[in-house]
Design a protein around this ligand. Structure first.
Ligand SMILES: [Ca+2]
Ligand SMILES: [Ca+2]
Ligand SMILES: [Ca+2]
Length: 869
């Protein structure tokens, strides 16, 4: 007993010293209880530039509310303003410093930022070996950004003057000549200057030498002081996703230590994060397993028990179950325990009580999952129908977009990861109108382009849902003739057939007009790419005529000099053609009897693209190699990514590649068989599937299961051992993380991977219930509907969830809203140990942007899942 006492006193002493001062920890960031200061654990990413996820970041009381600490070239940098490249990062444990070297290649401008722990604060110093380049003098400064939703309406003082952070951007601006504007991403411009040749620059809200932010909220309070002038800006003046920015301009003509800031994020003494009780917000069916995963601060002592309370019809509460808390262990920065209340089966309204934490209520009932796809199919999908006027009750979601059609893209190294090669690969000249493309298709995501790859997935997902579940649901009026969609108005045709038709219409038009699949139909100018509002107002609807002046309209009112028309990026990719061939084959089958003409056109394009794509791939041998690169998967499945595959594996890869060149894509063959019943396609599939499964069971299980309905009993038997292997793979996730699902750690939170996993598990259980038990199918539903890190809100803006997420990165994100049925990517991982999903700030696409491909995948997952109940 005594020994134990001494030990715990020592531990306490260590903890309290740690709680006082910021220390550089083993993970390479500064830490004290309640505060983490990260210095380029995450560096700026060139692809989309500023994602508000990088540089010096502060996680205060569990919320990453400060980021973007870096030498920047603007008062309030937008996405696509230049970001510095980190060329070096040194962590000196002994001195307690982290030093990063930053560089702007465009301006040959180097700087160093040194961050040093000083008691409860950090000192941030900027060092220059050469003075700020003349061109950037007065513009280059040190910036730090503060999450608006965390600070708005909070009080602050600047040199003692009282203030309050504004809820909405209403401060003042000036305009300056474009010649003074630092270059933006690849020379694009985020703004339309309306012919003024001037850009907008915000003026500071306040200036001074000492700021205390959130003086009225100890969880958010931060003190910053400097001998340099501090300027506070509101980044929302230029862009709705802007943050509050504190900055000091770097002095002209100076070298050495040119700027010093002291920043002290307040930590509440003895702060321990509130437990996050993860559970399914949609509820549970009586017989299913019911396990809450509770995320705990590492300083927290787990409770011995948790209880389940029932809310009775008269509003009174009764404790119905008390169960033991079982430890799972640490996973990144938190500790995890579980509470199993599976034995509670009586239908009713319940909540969980764990220590002082009580969850919101949820249902246990046979019917809880009945409506999980309705919001997505009835609301989210029709709102994303391009080239249509979409209305709902009194509300118009958008008018008919892009009436002027699409121009052939010229050679372009573009934004949104698009590009157009040196040749168009088409019969069209750059800027020439490609006729017939402004029909059908779905908006990509939070933006309004037609990503061909995603649209192919969308049509495929709808077809799978149609063929597997035959949903006859009719809640949407669709008239291609009127180009008009009305929500909640039945028109006698199952909506899903109309969605298949709508997606196919655009993709067939691409194949017919262009001759192959476009990469994308997307914005030509950056200043309308970030559009937030009615899709019909992105372009002016008039054909671009370069003989007119910008903003000038021709006498007949049909043409304008504003170069806002969308472009078709047409560089040919035979792999995309093959994917389209697969989809067209399936579409022709699904549309037969509903729209025979379109079914016929789709089949014609399928056969042609299959043949041409396979031939082209043969010619482009090296591209074929790339397609067979499984290294990322090796890492995912726990194999060493850098290790050379063994001889057997190499042989398999080589044979798979050759077969795919010779016979065409495996999944395409299966789809073509389904569409045509021609034996050759099935033989091709059979020649490929077993090698594919040998190479990777997780990656190919879904295709193998898709084939079950076409195959005989012998195939099903031969597949059994692979399904057994797959079952092991499923169960292994229980050891990898407390939630038992594949969790992505990339720049995009990766709901697609989880949905794929969920769909495959559902089908593995459906066809092999003796191998994959029914209990396994709840892994993904639990995760989606609230059993996950950070918070316990449902990632689906879904009918039936007690607490769905409130905000998503949809095209109405500027209203801090959501489009019902959207599915968030989920938990964004920030290196080295932080998961995040903001629910008061929609603008981080990596965690909040639902995509058309992901949301239609969700329809399959949800349909399969509810059918298994
Ligand atoms: Ca896009
Ligand atoms: Ca309908
Ligand atoms: Ca136009």
């Amino acid at each position: 007993m005594r020994k134990l006492f001494i030990l715990s006193t020592l531990v306490l002493a260590a903890v309290s010293a740690k709680a006082q001062d910021l220390k550089l920890n083993d993970l390479g960031y500064f830490e004290r209880q309640g505060v983490n200061v990260l210095v380029y654990s995450n560096s700026f990413n060139g692809g989309f530039n500023d994602e508000k996820n990088s540089g010096i970041e502060v996680i205060q009381h569990g919320v990453r509310s400060i980021q973007g600490g870096a030498v920047r070239l603007n008062n309030t940098p937008e996405q696509w303003d230049l970001v510095p490249l980190m060329t070096d990062r040194k962590v000196d444990q002994e001195k307690g410093t982290i030093e990063v070297a930053l560089r702007y290649n465009d301006y040959d401008f180097d700087s160093r930022v040194v961050v040093t722990a000083k008691g409860k604060a950090v000192e941030i110093a900027v060092w220059l070996d050469k003075p700020v380049p003349e061109k950037l003098a007065g513009d280059a400064g040190f910036n730090l950004e503060f999450l608006p939703s965390r600070y708005w309406l909070k009080t602050f003082t600047m040199d003692g003057r009282l203030n309050r952070f504004p809820r909405y951007a209403t401060s003042q601006t000036i305009t300056r000549p474009n010649s003074e504007k630092p270059r933006q991403f690849k020379g694009f411009k985020t703004y339309d200057d309306r012919g003024t040749d001037r850009f907008v620059d915000p003026l500071p809200l306040e200036t001074g030498h000492q700021i205390i932010m959130a003086t009225d909220d100890p969880e958010r309070m931060v003190r910053i002081s400097s001998d340099s002038e501090l300027q506070l800006f509101d980044g929302r003046m230029l862009a709705q996703n802007g943050w509050f920015v504190l900055r000091s301009v770097l002095p002209k003509g100076k070298t050495g230590k040119v700027l010093t800031w002291t920043i002290e994020p307040h930590a509440i003494p003895g702060w321990i994060r509130e437990p996050n009780i993860g559970f399914c917000q949609v509820g549970y069916t009586p017989e299913q397993p019911k396990v809450a995963v509770i995320e705990l601060d590492k300083q927290d002592t787990p409770q011995a028990n948790a209880s389940l309370y029932r809310i009775k019809d008269d509003g009174s509460k009764e404790k119905v179950f008390t169960g033991e808390i079982k430890p799972w262990g640490p996973y990144f920065k938190y500790n995890y325990v579980k509470f199993d209340f599976s034995s509670v089966r009586e239908p009713g309204v319940y909540y969980i009580q764990y220590g002082n934490t009580k969850t919101n209520d949820f249902l246990i009932d046979e019917h809880v999952y009945d409506k999980i796809t309705d919001a997505t199919t009835d609301v989210w999908v029709p709102i994303h129908m391009d080239h249509m006027y979409v209305t709902e009750g009194y509300r118009t979601w958008h008018g008919e977009p892009f009436k002027e059609g699409y121009l052939q893209a010229p050679e372009s190294d573009h934004f949104d990861l698009h590009s157009q090669g040196a040749t168009t690969d088409t019969k069209y000249k750059p800027y020439e109108l490609i006729p017939g493309l402004n029909v059908g298709g779905f908006f990509d995501a939070g933006d309004f382009d037609i990503e061909t790859g995603s649209n192919i997935s969308v049509v495929q997902n709808f077809i799978r849902a149609w063929e597997l579940f035959k949903p006859m649901r009719d809640e949407t009026f669709v008239s291609q003739k009127q180009r008009y969609v009305d929500l909640h108005r039945p028109d006698g045709t199952p909506d899903i057939l109309q969605f298949i038709e709508h997606g196919t219409l655009n993709l067939v038009a691409q194949a017919e007009q262009i001759g192959h699949m476009a990469q994308t139909l997307s914005n030509s100018v950056l200043d309308n790419y970030h559009h937030l509002g009615d899709a019909a107002s992105i372009t002016d609807g008039l054909h671009y005529d370069p003989s007119l002046k910008p903003y000038e309209v021709s006498a007949d009112g049909k043409r304008s000099g504003t170069p806002d028309d969308m472009w078709a990026f047409t560089t040919r990719d035979p792999r995309l053609d093959l994917r389209a061939a697969t989809m067209f084959a399936a579409a022709s089958r699904a549309l037969r009897g509903y729209n025979d003409d379109l079914a016929e056109r789709a089949l014609t394009q399928s056969k042609r693209l299959m043949q041409e794509g396979t031939e082209l791939l043969k010619q482009r041998h090296n591209n074929g190699m790339r397609e067979m690169d499984f290294s990322w998967l090796d890492g995912f499945e726990g194999r060493d990514m850098n290790a050379k595959p063994d001889k057997k594996r190499q042989k398999l890869m080589e044979r798979s590649r050759k077969n795919s060149e010779l016979l065409g894509d495996m999944a395409t063959n299966l789809q073509l068989y389904g569409a045509t019943q021609e034996q050759q396609y099935l033989d091709n599939f059979k020649a490929q599937i077993w090698d594919a499964l040998e190479l990777s069971v997780p990656m190919n299980m879904q295709t193998a299961l898709d084939a079950v309905s076409y195959m005989d009993e012998a195939y099903k038997q031969k597949l059994r051992p692979y399904v057994e292997k797959y079952n092991e793979y499923i169960k292994n996730f229980d050891k990898n993380n407390p939630y038992g699902v594949p969790i992505g750690l990339g720049n995009w939170a990766g709901v697609n991977m989880i949905l794929n996993f969920g769909i495959a598990v559902n089908y593995a259980h459906l066809y092999y219930p003796d191998i994959v038990s029914k209990d396994e199918i709840y892994r993904v539903s639990n995760w989606l509907y609230g059993c996950h890190p950070y918070h316990n809100y449902s990632f689906v803006a879904v009918v039936g969830a007690a607490r769905p997420k409130q905000v998503f990165y949809g095209n109405n994100r500027a209203d801090f809203s959501a489009i019902p049925g959207n599915v968030a990517p989920g938990l964004l991982f920030r290196k080295p140990d932080h998961f995040e999903n903001f629910d008061d700030w929609p603008f981080l696409w990596g965690q909040n942007e639902g995509t058309i491909a992901g949301n239609t995948q969700y329809i399959i997952f949800g349909s399969a899942f509810k059918n298994l109940q």
